[in-house]
Design a protein around this ligand. Structure first.
Ligand SMILES: O=C(O)C1=C[C@@H](OP(=O)(O)O)[C@@H](O)[C@H](O)C1
Ligand SMILES: C=C(OP(=O)(O)O)C(=O)O
Length: 436
């Protein structure tokens, strides 16, 4: 099992790019597979999650060629997928398995979707139940609450669904199913979650309307959609580790080029600004329907803040790294309304509490969040033997914590970083001047 060793840093300085956005890459591969003709995708994420979505589409008959930095996807049109002759393994990816469940519910073939031990613990009923309302036939462990899921493609009918959770995976699964359904499919969320599916639909010319927190698609667009080249911006959730590292390591200045700054993703920027961080958003432009910018971070002292339920969906994957920032801030950081963190790759409230305590950080767990008692940077964190719990975001967050510890920190089982951020360690090392 691989492990990561992190030494304390004197400073982090330089310019980097981060891998392409994982959420956008999943969607780009799926939409290009169902387009008429050949789409080139550049800037995409080569993390394991996205490679699994690529393998899934190949298993369903789509030709995808990879040359350095570029995917050529030979789309077969909206109804062009064919039955895979074996189960499809989505690996560690909640996005992959949930979006594919929606996409496959209305096909005229049978599919089994599964994943690793973490995926087989994560809730699938949240997509299975509304898809059944549309007419889908999906079986799974515990009545369809858990993967593996066996999907017998059926004729679907659009529904109007009020989702109890703000989840882009639920919304997207239903919108993808909606493309294959008779009539309109509408999804209302308690709060707007990331809107990459809506944006990529529009980019491909698929009508998709938004009113408040409700999104609707018309089923069975007459002519399907045409292939279109697409560049994927850098992943804000990957950039987040460097935004926090550049903030908490004194004497740092990092520029992260070409990062997606979709407003439904960048809640962490607002929170870090409230904490006192110095981050500039430069050269804002738009590419393939997504806003993109360069981000420049300089080190700064932080103060604790309160994060409310309204702010959670736009920074849902950034809580592990926010905990690290909060640990060195002056005063308490209080998070509530974040119970969704308990059903990610790991229970991210529990795992961060366990790991940060090893480094002498005081963090109180709450059922729906946490209170992190910041040290105000008065003492360095204690270097420790940490564990990723098989969760890429925990591994990278603890690596950043290690930069401000008093000795050598190790992170066991760090191979999971490949899920979203191949090359994380070397990017960090390139920026780093060690303390001694
Ligand atoms: O739709 C997506 O691409 C994602 C949605 C979020 O999950 P939920 O929909 O479960 O909140 C997020 O945590 C995940 O990393 C990616
Ligand atoms: C929660 C995540 O991904 P997924 O749900 O796709 O596994 C993540 O990347 O932090």
């Amino acid at each position: 099992m691989s492990s990561l060793t992190i030494k304390p840093a004197r400073s982090l300085r330089g310019t980097i790019e981060v891998p392409g956005d994982k959420s956008v890459t999943h969607r780009a591969i799926m939409l290009a597979s169902l387009a008429q003709g050949r789409s080139s995708i550049t800037g995409y994420c080569r993390g394991e999650d996205c490679l699994n979505t690529m393998r899934a589409c190949r298993a369903m008959g789509i030709e995808i060629q990879e040359s350095p930095g570029r995917l050529d996807v030979q789309g077969k049109g909206q109804w062009g997928l064919s039955e895979s002759n074996g189960p499809i393994d989505c690996g560690n990816s909640g996005t992959g398995i949930r979006l594919l469940t929606g996409l496959l519910a209305g096909q005229d073939f049978f599919t089994v979707l599964t994943g690793d031990a973490s995926i087989r613990r994560r809730p699938m009923g949240r997509v299975v139940r509304p898809l059944r309302e549309m007419g889908a036939s999906i079986a799974g462990r515990r009545g369809g609450e858990l993967a593996p899921l066996a999907i017998t493609g059926r004729k679907l009918t659009g529904i109007t669904y009020a989702s109890p959770v703000a989840s882009a995976q639920v919304k997207s699964a239903l919108l993808l199913a909606g493309l294959f359904a008779e009539g309109t499919t509408s999804v209302t969320e308690p709060r707007v979650s990331r809107d990459h599916t809506e944006r990529i639909f529009r980019y491909y010319g698929i009508a998709c309307s938004q009113r408040g927190t409700t999104v609707s698609v018309e089923g069975r667009p007459a002519a399907g959609w045409q292939a279109k080249d697409l560049w994927v911006p850098g992943d804000f959730s990957a950039a987040a580790f460097f935004l926090v590292a550049g903030t908490i390591v004194p004497g740092s200045e990092i520029t992260i080029r070409q990062v997606g700054v979709n407003p439904t993703r960048i809640g962490l920027l607002t929170i870090l600004a409230r904490m006192g961080a110095d981050i500039q958003v430069l050269n804002v432009r738009e590419e393939a329907g997504e806003p993109v910018a360069d981000l420049m971070v300089r080190s700064a002292s932080l103060r604790g803040v309160t994060v409310t339920a309204d702010e959670i969906p736009h920074m849902i994957d950034e809580f592990p790294i926010l905990c690290v920032a909060a640990a060195v801030a002056e005063g308490d950081t209080i998070v509530s309304g974040a119970e969704e963190l308990r059903v990610k790759e790991s229970d991210r409230i529990a795992t961060m509490a366990v790991e940060l305590r090893k480094m002498d950080v005081s963090m109180t767990e709450r059922p729906d969040g946490m209170v992190i008692h910041g040290s105000g940077g008065k003492a360095r964190m204690i270097a420790a033997s940490c564990d990723s719990h098989g969760d890429h975001r925990i591994a990278m967050s603890m690596a950043v914590a290690g930069l401000v510890a008093d000795g050598v920190t190790t992170i066991a089982d760090s191979g999971c970083i490949e899920t979203s951020f191949p090359g994380f360690e070397s990017k960090l090392l390139d920026l780093l001047t060690p303390l001694s």
